[in-house]
Design a protein around this ligand. Structure first.
Ligand code: 15L
Length: 270
């Protein structure tokens, strides 16, 4: 890998909430940063970066945008639970297009995976990234698909990828669940930079979570990329509100994603 300043970085999903934050923070560190999204970039493109509007499902366009990249930060696609038809183009087809572009350019992929890959574990259960996935919707399934595409591209082509199972990446925790799932913006940025600059990553799975006292997520590959979380949601424990009054959402780690269209009988009624 080249040194930090000469890295050629591409960021997908640049017009989304986390994308905009990363675009601003990474532009000064990686001159020539390329930003892309299906939607126009809201506001001014950060100095030193350039923006190209592109649909992730358009393989030719993505191949063109990725030309010369040695790192692709892949934060694009649908970021909430939706129908399979809505998830398919960006999250499934788009992810394959991104990995194909990575293969052609020998680039490393840093992927915004999600805690919704394991959303149907009960709250309080401590998890390792090695535990069986329990996705809570098509969105979570699409994130697992990307993690597996990354594994396949590493084994078959030697393309490295770091998959960050993001918890709740928000400025401040607002409800009880966030005391376990919060991922501060500074920790997110530190993790992305560590993933970009690590000598070697292989296929890595990480919990995108701060050093929360109440975290449900343990063993992962963070040490392999030299990352350690610094923030702790406990500092907000006095301020957060109760979780929404929804027994299914309160039971599972994925919160409200788990109760959308939930079709099982209440506990004990089979
Ligand atoms: C996610 O994956 C979503 O993109 C985000 O909007 C939050 O809902 C987050 O998970 C969460 O679980 O808090």
């Amino acid at each position: 890998m080249p040194d930090a300043a000469s890295r050629k970085v591409l960021l997908t999903g640049a017009s989304g909430v986390l994308g905009r934050f990363l675009a601003v923070e990474l532009a000064s560190r990686y001159p020539g940063l390329v930003l892309t999204d299906i939607l126009p970039f809201p506001g001014e493109v950060p100095e030193g970066a350039r923006f190209v509007q592109a649909d992730l499902a358009d393989a030719e366009k993505i191949a063109k945008v990725a030309e010369g990249a040695d790192t692709i930060i892949h934060f694009g696609g649908v970021a909430v639970e939706k129908s399979f038809e809505t998830i398919l183009p960006g999250n499934i087809v788009g992810t394959v297009n991104v990995f194909e572009a990575a293969r052609v350019n020998r680039a490393r992929v840093i992927f915004a995976s999600s805690n919704h890959t394991i959303g149907f574990y009960e709250r309080g259960k401590k998890l390792s990234v090695r535990d069986r996935p329990r996705p809570d919707g098509f969105y979570g399934v699409s994130k697992l698909f990307a993690e597996d595409v990354g594994s396949f591209y590493f084994d078959k082509f030697g393309i490295e990828s770091v998959h960050i199972r993001i918890g709740s990446a928000i400025r401040e925790p607002t409800e009880i669940r966030h005391l376990s799932t919060w991922f501060s913006y500074p920790d997110l940025l530190r993790m992305v930079i560590a993933a970009i600059e690590a000598e070697k990553t292989g296929h890595a799975l990480l919990w995108g979570v701060s050093a929360n006292t109440r975290s449900w997520w343990g063993e992962d590959d963070a040490a392999r990329i030299g990352y350690r979380a610094e923030d702790n949601a406990e500092a907000f424990a006095d301020k957060v509100a109760a979780d929404p009054d929804d027994p299914v959402a309160r039971r599972f780690q994925g919160g409200s994603f788990t109760s959308q269209g939930y079709g099982r009988a209440p506990e004990g009624k089979s």
